[in-house]
Design a binder for this molecule. Structure first.
Ligand code: SF4
Ligand code: MG
Length: 335
């Protein structure tokens, strides 16, 4: 399949005082046409920062230090803000966890949708309004023509998230980046929104990057998954590879901390003991070493390279590296 987005060795830092917080440290992944790639990890793993870097919307003092973000073959890291503005309007869209932070509370939602359309797609008011109604209808908002003049606070949380999706998809982006799009919603609404995103993806052929800490959401929606930890991608694979054949100890920990249907409510989940690395002074070796039950000396000294387990499955762990010193002593038949 064709790579629509190809991110290579991306580094993002936030300058604080004399030092830097190295939030994203050499992240590499790609997105194919029409697929959904989930990026999972705990908060602080660098997944939202990666998303904002892709959109070139890093908050101050965040900065892309090095690496490439190729969209349709073209590196976006050096393009002008003017060109980026155009790309954000028509090629790569984004929706956030809390629509209240990205919807303007003082503007009727109809106007918010049509302004973007008129600006980016150079269409007239009547056409923009028709498109807004069509999109609101498409995302399941009843009587859209009556709701165009309402303000964000007049919508429920689930309805606001639908408005956000309508706004983003009205521009027909090729890529939609959704950062925790359903985290603030209750389970029933969450399922409806995920279902809606899937339907729209099939209809419009949009490729989706879904950022989440929720493996349940991943299992429901994604084709492939990249697991982030300490600002790095530690494992990438298809959903089947990740859920049934994970190779990274951190992925094992995540899977164990996932609630299961056959688990009673008071049965405790097993969160991974310890806390994520300090990205002000990131470890030189494996970022998971302090919490990993299998850590060896090499793990503290050098970051493990990515080992390829299949065409789609990559893992960064010394346990998988063919060059790593043997961890187990096998009894030879001669002794
Ligand atoms: Fe654990 Fe070492 Fe693998 Fe890191 S490289 S996950 S510390 S075994
Ligand atoms: Mg986040």
């Amino acid at each position: 399949m064709e790579k629509l987005l190809d991110v290579k060795a991306l580094h993002v830092s936030f300058q604080v005082g004399k030092g830097e917080v190295k939030a994203v440290r050499g992240v590499t992944f790609s997105l194919e046409r029409g697929e959904t790639l989930a990026i999972v990890g705990e908060s602080g793993s660098g997944k939202s920062v990666t998303a904002l870097a892709l959109m070139r919307l890093l908050p101050f003092p965040g900065k892309i230090k090095s690496g490439e973000i190729r969209y349709n073959g073209k590196d976006l890291t050096p393009v002008s803000e003017k060109e980026m503005f155009h790309i954000r309007g028509s090629e790569i869209g984004m929706i956030f966890q809390d629509p209240m932070t990205s919807l303007n509370p003082t503007m009727a939602i109809g106007k918010q949708i049509t302004e973007g359309l008129r600006w980016h797609q150079k269409i007239g008011e009547t056409e923009a309004k028709a498109r807004a109604i069509e999109m609101l209808n498409r995302v399941g908002i009843p009587h859209p023509e009556k709701r165009l003049d309402q303000y964000p606070h007049e919508f429920s949380g689930g309805m606001r998230q639908r408005v956000m999706i309508a706004m983003a998809l009205a521009m027909s982006p090729k890529v939609l980046i959704a950062d925790e799009p359903t985290t603030a919603l209750d389970v029933t609404i969450q399922a409806q929104i995920l279902e809606l995103m899937k339907e729209l993806q099939q209809e419009m052929g949009t490729s989706i990057i879904l950022i989440t800490h929720d493996l349940g959401v991943v299992a429901e929606t994604a084709d492939r998954v990249s697991v982030m930890y300490g600002g790095q991608v530690v494992e990438t694979g298809t959903v089947t590879e990740l859920f049934h054949d994970a190779h990274h100890p951190y992925t094992w920990g995540l899977l164990q901390s996932m609630p299961r249907l056959d688990q009673s409510r008071d049965q405790e989940l097993r969160p991974i003991p310890g806390s994520p690395p300090d990205l002000y002074e990131p470890p030189q070796g494996c970022p998971f070493a302090d919490r990993c039950p299998y850590a060896m000396n090499a793990c503290y000294e050098e970051m493990p390279p990515l080992t390829r387990l299949s065409d789609t499955h990559l893992v960064a762990c010394w346990l998988e590296d063919p060059e790593a010193p043997p961890v187990m002593i096998h009894r030879s038949s001669a002794s």
